[in-house]
Design a binder for this molecule. Structure first.
Ligand code: R5P
Length: 285
């Protein structure tokens, strides 16, 4: 097996290859002067099972993935597995208003043209993967998040909304801790309202878990509601740290003690590795 790392996921791809004890090839990725992507896999042939590790966010990385799929196939890959740590467009999983495209489906259909298996991690909507015709699996980061926070004295695991309640349960159960969820109302793309916490937060160390942090609006509002309810410390762990518009700075300057995410998107707080769970899934076949 050969692991090919795209430009979005080099460290993760390298770690994965090291765990699996297989060859790692880093694709060379640059831009043409007009901004178009250029990529090249610098080796003689790829006469083996090939795993490409590359995000499909932002758009330029989606294009790079298409190019890598073609390059890998031309070089003789026996099978192509796509590891897509953060699947861009998964939140646009349906037509919300007439005239819109079904964006997630469009992306799946294009990626599906050159792959034999797809592995994602905590994709926003798992049903999106049904648009692939090849076998697919969505891995859960709950185990690595729970492991990371096991010795940190957490008392309660919460999700910021009911949509992520299952995630809080999964992490809470693995840590042997109670779990619950807050009530969130989304007011706009950037503004959210979190209702005052109903659970007993007084004197507690709380861990909030979510699939992703984008603007940080959800988590900042959740942390402030929990502090108001008497929590002594509030940490957040998400799978995907998208962090748009200086979100990391706003989060670290808020009512939060710790901000951590998995390395599905590589950034300064992506210290929880999902390489081990990806390796396990690849070994299982
Ligand atoms: C929503 O369903 C997701 O699980 C996240 O809570 C949301 O996408 C976070 O967005 P933001 O950081 O912009 O509030």
């Amino acid at each position: 097996m050969i692991i090919v790392g795209g430009s979005s996921s080099r460290d993760l791809a390298k770690e994965l290859a090291s765990i699996l004890g297989c060859q790692y090839i880093q694709a060379a990725s640059t831009k043409f002067p007009d901004g178009e992507n250029y990529t090249r896999i610098d080796c003689e042939s790829l006469n083996d099972d090939v795993v490409i590790v590359q995000n499909t966010y932002p758009d330029s990385n989606m294009i790079e993935m298409f190019l890598l799929q073609d390059a890998v196939r031309r070089m003789g890959a026996k099978t192509i597995t796509l590891v897509i740590p953060y699947f861009g467009y998964a939140r646009q999983d349906r037509v919300f208003k007439p005239g819109e495209p079904e964006s997630a489906k469009v992306m799946c259909r294009h990626l599906d043209m050159a792959c034999d298996r797809v592995i994602t991690i905590d994709i926003h909507k798992e049903t999106v993967l049904d648009h692939f015709t090849c076998p697919h699996i969505d891995l859960k980061a709950a185990a690595v998040i729970a492991d990371h926070f096991k010795s940190k004295g957490i008392d309660l695991v919460l999700s910021p909304d009911i949509g992520a309640a299952g995630r809080a349960k999964d992490v809470g159960d693995r840590m042997g801790l109670p779990h619950d969820h807050l009530e969130k109302t989304r007011l706009s793309g950037v503004d959210v309202k979190i209702a005052p916490a109903k659970m007993d937060c007084k004197g507690k160390k709380i861990l909030i878990v979510d699939d992703m942090i984008s603007t940080g609006g959800t988590i900042i509002a959740a942390a402030s509601a929990l502090r108001e309810a008497g929590a002594t410390s509030v940490s957040v762990a998400c799978t995907h740290g998208v962090f748009v518009n200086n979100a990391i700075e706003r989060l670290t300057g808020s009512a939060l003690d710790t901000v951590l995410c998995c390395n599905t998107l590589e950034n300064e707080v992506s210290h929880i590795s999902v390489a081990g769970i990806i390796a396990d899934a690849i070994r299982k076949g």
